[in-house]
Design a protein around this ligand. Sequence first.
Ligand code: NAD
Length: 454
Amino acid sequence: MTTTYDVINPATEQRVTTVDLFDEAATDAAIARSRRAFETWRQVAPGDRARLLRRFAEAVDADRERLAQLEVANSGHTIGNARWEAGNVRDVIAYYSATPERLIGQQIPVSGGIDVTFHEPLGVIGVIVPWNFPMPIASWGFAPALAAGNTVVMKPAELTPMTAMRLAELALDAGLPEDVFQVLPGKGSVVGQRFVDSPDVAKIVFTGSTDVGRQVLAGCAAQIKPVTLELGGKSANVVFADADIEQAAATAPSAVFDNAGQDCCARSRILVERTAYDEFMAAFETAVGRVVVADPADDKTEMGPLISAAHRDRVSSYVPDESLVAFRGTAPDGPGFWFPPTVLTPTDPRDRVLHEEIFGPVVAVVPFDDEAEAIRIANDSEFGLSGSIWTRDIGRAIRVSRGIESGNLSVNSHSSVRYWTPFGGFKASGLGRELGPDAPLAFTETKNVFFADN
Ligand code: NAD
């Protein structure tokens, strides 16, 4: 380990801690240990593996407040969100602790004997995590992978290593054998790239930007290495005139400004039927004005700062002086990477604020005239991750939800990620699915064995 990284609190700009970064040699050594641990972890009896994962979930539960406080300090997440995130990790591990005892194959009727399928673990899984939701996204990868009998090496984002490092300690405390779950803080170009290139890593789970996802996919292609990609989004919140406009407007801010808009599922385009546009905008302005942007450690805060100064510069570049700002919320002055909730009304359909992922608290509102136009605008994007549809007409809800090219839609709500249900993107938003009952199968190969009865 040759270099270090200073973790900065984005709400205060103060240094929180300094973390040692893994270099290539240390990464290779960790992968080799993971590979050795795999040989014993895969042999652990299903009931024992399940029990160890349940203990891991209990250890996370007992440590929830500490994990939440670490996330507030490291990532600027509001304390309310951070507590939910720690609870989500507990729930995801608990959900997949049921997997080892239920990884059931098939017995298929054939002539001359019996035929059985097995779900064999792959080996070492490399999980690469972004900075926007360090805890939940980590667990969506490592929990089903471990449950299916694999070992895991995980790289948190350089900016946000603290909760991941704590989760690795909790796994050991809970009794998971040494090297079954390792966390390697480091640079993407060093540790992440080694995961992709190493022949001893059997699969990559990557969540991050579409550009880096493309590189990861190309690297994996060279080795025919399987990969799951969870990438960017530019999701639409489609509001029809027959909807409960008051509720649609009151909930629209949290759908895009939660986590300061640093959410791959952010509904960063709001499409409103023209006949309801004025009513929606009036109610939306009131709702945006009420968003509490303040110290993330305060229970009442609804939105914290952006993750870094560089990211704030990037977000600001989408709101130059001449841009069509309809209205803005508030943000604190002084230290911290603050940016107020901002509502734009671009008139050119090619405007980059309608096509590029801003990943900040900036939303663009566009009117439409009918259902066909709403679907066309929603689909006018390289991405297809999430989205919402507001209408009281059930037939329309069915037609529009089937018409929008997106992996996760909600009608009359903004829910996206529920660990019981599959999550992932269409088009440039990704490849494969996480979560839901089938996630462990993505960490196995199906083996078919025929037993002759002669
Ligand atoms: P990023 O692509 O810059 O980094 C993601 C991770 O990849 C980091 O850990 C980084 O260190 C690592 N990395 C960088 N270069 C690498 C390389 N050459 N090889 C291997 N790993 C490398 O993304 P980010 O800025 O951390 O996160 C924001 C992005 O993540 C947004 O685009 C967002 O939409 C996306 N995201 C998607 C989902 C989803 O589920 N679809 C969820 C959260 C975030």
